[in-house]
Design a protein around this ligand. Structure first.
Ligand SMILES: [Zn+2]
Length: 152
């Protein structure tokens, strides 16, 4: 399942990407182009605008009623019956929404701090922003929060 999120859903976008879902964060006006993009790319529209329900739209739309991101992600998971794949957690760049590519330890040597290079084996790189990712403390904390909130 792929998503198109409206400008009010920046945090939710990040959470969906952490779970491995291709999610576009739309920063333009919520107009026909927004809905056309969702139709064209077969994305589920996520929006906080209640009046969107009346728009003519052939795709799937979900109106988020919760205010806080932890509740929003629960709402989406429950209502859309999402079954996050544990193997896909942290598989896409949280900033660019691009699938991360595996990169060998030797290739990352010049891009990461020495202690990271010494202590980790598994590295990935975003093909767009070229940031290198590894399973460090920051990611562990996010993972714990995801598991706690979603029971996954
Ligand atoms: Zn990136």
């Amino acid at each position: 399942m792929k998503f198109l999120a409206d400008p009010a859903l920046g945090k939710l976008t990040k959470w969906l990407r952490m779970l491995g879902y291709d999610t576009i964060y739309y920063r333009g006006d919520i107009d026909r182009n927004f809905l056309r993009k969702a139709e064209r790319e077969e994305r589920v529209v996520l929006t906080r605008k209640k009046d969107m329900a009346g728009r003519s739209f052939s795709g799937r739309m979900f109106i988020i009623s919760e205010d806080h991101v932890q509740n929003q992600i629960k709402e989406v998971k429950q209502k859309l019956s999402l079954k996050p794949d544990r193997g896909k957690l942290f598989s896409i760049c949280l900033k660019c929404n691009k699938e991360l590519e595996e990169i060998s330890r030797e290739e990352v040597k010049e891009y990461v701090p020495d202690y990271v290079f010494e202590n980790y084996e598994d590295f990935r790189m975003c093909p767009q922003c070229r940031n290198v990712f590894w399973p460090g403390t920051h990611r562990d904390n996010m993972l714990d929060e995801l598991k706690r909130v979603l029971n996954i």
